[in-house]
Design a protein around this ligand. Structure first.
Ligand SMILES: [Zn+2]
Length: 285
């Protein structure tokens, strides 16, 4: 909880968020590590150079990120593949023990659209088993591709998930029609990957500076704040755990706090929506 100035408090009188916070935000991390590279191309399983990009996450980035989050007093959400959890149990345990949410990001980093319903059910079960074995209380699902198959929503309900964080169709969380699930939307604009992601097989895409990305992110955050929406920051330890970007991310967290955001893990955004929704954007005066 952040202190409000007088003017912020009066502006947020109609807030849909707890304690009259004018808007809400979640800092989320797609853990990814080696699985994302193997999911992209199975041949990468025997490419130690490629995989080492992912290994930077648990090896260097996660401890630095946990340190930053503790310094800022912020609890985040980490979306973790089951196979990455099996590969890096100490890293995932350290996230759980620091009080952050750990949620499901596939067992392997495979899009549900390339799986049969039976395979997808197995992926969900295996991922849950791997994460729960490390002490995580898993209630959320973010698909490795931010995409659903025709079976995904049914399978999430069947497996007892509370929320999905996959669709890009709002700046407020909402209840799925026809499924007992809350959606907490994402966006490409507030994802680090479109700006920073680099892979050795696509040299056309250049790496942006933190200054440029801040010029994209801050107005978008302030815009969502104006409408009383929910800011979902999506980052990847291997990407945003580089020292320059971690400093940028810490500055973004400070900006969220200074502008009165209710910063909460996705599961708390979903639970608040379930208890108090449906929500509407703040418009007009
Ligand atoms: Zn991912």
């Amino acid at each position: 909880m952040q202190p409000h100035t007088k003017s912020e408090r009066s502006e947020s009188a109609m807030s849909i968020w707890p304690d009259d916070h004018p808007y809400a935000a979640t800092v989320s991390f797609d853990f990814d590590a080696e699985e994302v590279w193997i999911g992209e191309n199975p041949a990468n399983a025997s490419a130690p150079g490629v995989l080492s990009q992912g290994a930077y996450g648990p090896r260097v980035a996660v401890p630095l990120i946990l340190d930053m989050l503790e310094r800022q007093g912020v609890r985040a959400t980490f979306y973790v593949c089951g196979k990455d959890a099996l590969r890096h149990p100490a890293s995932v345990r350290s996230i759980v023990e620091a009080g952050h949410e750990v949620a499901h990001h596939g067992h392997s980093h495979t899009s549900p659209t390339s799986l049969s319903a039976a395979e997808e059910r197995e992926e969900l079960a295996a991922g849950l088993e791997a994460l729960r074995a490390l002490g995580a209380d898993v209630v959320g699902y973010r698909s490795p591709s931010w995409e659903f198959s025709t079976a995904t929503l049914d399978l999430l309900v069947e497996a007892g998930f509370d929320y999905s964080s996959n669709l890009l169709d709002h700046i407020l969380p909402y209840a799925h029609a026809g499924h007992d699930l809350i959606e907490v939307p994402v966006s490409w604009i507030l994802d680090d990957a479109p700006h920073f992601w680099f892979s050795n097989d696509s040299w056309e895409k250049t790496i942006r500076s933190t200054r440029e990305v801040l010029e994209v992110w801050v107005p978008e955050i302030d815009g969502i704040a104006k409408y009383g929406g929910h800011v979902m920051i999506t980052t990847h330890p291997m990407v945003s755990g580089r020292p320059s970007r971690l400093a940028m991310l810490e500055g973004v967290v400070e900006h969220l706090k200074e502008t009165g955001a209710w910063i909460a893990p996705t599961r708390e955004i979903a639970a608040h929506t379930r208890a108090n929704g449906p929500f509407e954007l703040r418009t007009g005066s």
